[in-house]
Every structure is written in C-alpha cells, then in structure tokens.
Design a protein around this ligand. Sequence first.
Ligand code: 13P
Length: 277
Amino acid sequence: MIVSMKTVLDIADAENMAIGAFNVTELEGIQAVLGAAEELGQPVILQFAPVHEEYISLKTLGPIMVLMADKAKVPVCVHLDHCDNFDMIREALDMGFSSVMYDGSMLPYEKNCAYTKAAVEIAQMYGASVEAEIGAMNSEDGKAQNDCYTDPEEAGNFVKATGIDALACSFGTVHGLYTAEPKLDFDRIEKIRETIGIPIVMHGGSGVSDEDFRKCIDRGVRKINYYTYRAKAGGEYVKQKCMETDGPVFFHDITCWARDCMKEDVLHAMRVFSGCK
Ligand code: 13P
C-alpha cells in the first residue's frame, strides 16, 4: 500500500532505524526493492530521480512504480528525488507519488526557503510529504569540504520556516562511487538533529560501511538514499553470468539475473538500516 514519507519515517523514529530509499530506473529494480521489503516485512521508499531521465522517463516509470507500490504487502512511499522543477513535482503528485524532494540546495538560502515553502503548500494539497536540502554534497574523492556541510543553526531555521517533513544534510557522504574512504562528521548529525527535530536524510548511501550506517542512525538519520551499489551489483553479476555461460545468452536471462542479485543487495542494505540480522 502507498503511504506518505512522514508515515514511514514515524515508524523509523519509533524503531530507531532508517528506511531505505532506493532509486529505480527499471522494472527489475522495482521488483528487487519491493521483493526485499515484502520478504523482511518492512516499509520502504521507492524513488525516481530526474537525473535518471536519460535512462527512462518519469512519465514511463512513474505509473509503474505507483501501481506496484499500491499492490505491495508492506507500506511503500513513492518519492520524487532531487527535483527543482515545479511542473515535474506536480506531475509526480498527479501520478500518485506520496512524497517529493524539492532541491534548492544550490540556491541562496532565502530563495531555497521560499521555493521549498511553495513545494510544501503544493504537496499538502495531495496529502504528500516534502524533503528539502541545506548544504551541498562533497566531491567524490571524499575530501572534506566543511564549508559546504549543513550548518545546524541554519538547518533549524530552515525547517521552522518551511514546514518540511525531512531534511537532506551534508556531513561527508557523496553521490556515486567513492574514490577515497568516506569520513563522516557524526557530531554534526547529532547537532542537526537537536536543532531541526525532524528526520535527517543521508544521500549517497552507496559505499558507507555497515558500522557507519548504524552510527548515523543512532544520531538521527532516518532515510538513507541508496542507488549506485545496487545498480553496480546487478551489472557486475550479469557480466559474470554472461562470461560463465556457454552458448547464447537471452535477454530474459539477463533481466532475471539482475533482479535476483539486486534483491540480495537491497536485502542486505535493509537489514543493516533496520538493525535486523
Ligand atoms: P548513491 O547512488 O551514492 O547510493 O546515492 C543515491 C542518492 O543519494 C540519491 O539521491
């Protein structure tokens, strides 16, 4: 069944866990995510990022995400990730998405505040939740750029001014593949949580160690965005199976190999995020 992001993050708060927010670009990804969530009996967030429109459009994949989430046996939030386009936000909400991220993190503070507030007003008309961002992600070499990290005081003011449900924060993670080991600023997470009083979102979950995930969760991270390592796991497994296979490889084999392997990857992530073995 489809629920808002606030609903799943309330569950996460009560259980001291984080909900996995898995970006999908294909049917097999949706099957992997929902299959893993149903196997563990846990809520999950299925999300689409506009940056992935080069692989598949929101128009094509969005209705499939909504349909499959609706039929799922666990609570599923269907979320639009990193969007700064109000037409697309409305389009996703019209399709049945239950949550959106308005990303004004590259804008000056005042503009980010005003546009985020406008996104909240729109989402409220649909009973949907809103995530927004303060601060900017690190470069992929993992080098600390503390000046772009989220400032706890500014974050507190931003949340009060906008009425959002969750805040994406910068504290050392990066999107995509790390070229150096991530060094996370755990104290900052704790301070932000104190000032904002709402769930913190970690972006760039791929490549963070299981131990660091748990430390972040203990300090208030409640939503973990995760994409690159799932996609890589599926791709690498298909590569290996193709090399091992004598004779022809059929495309239906490729999709099934990828789906099953990606489900294992999501299962591992969800077990870590929820603290279950
Ligand atoms: P990764 O691809 O690094 O896991 O990050 C995903 C993400 O943060 C999407 O917003």
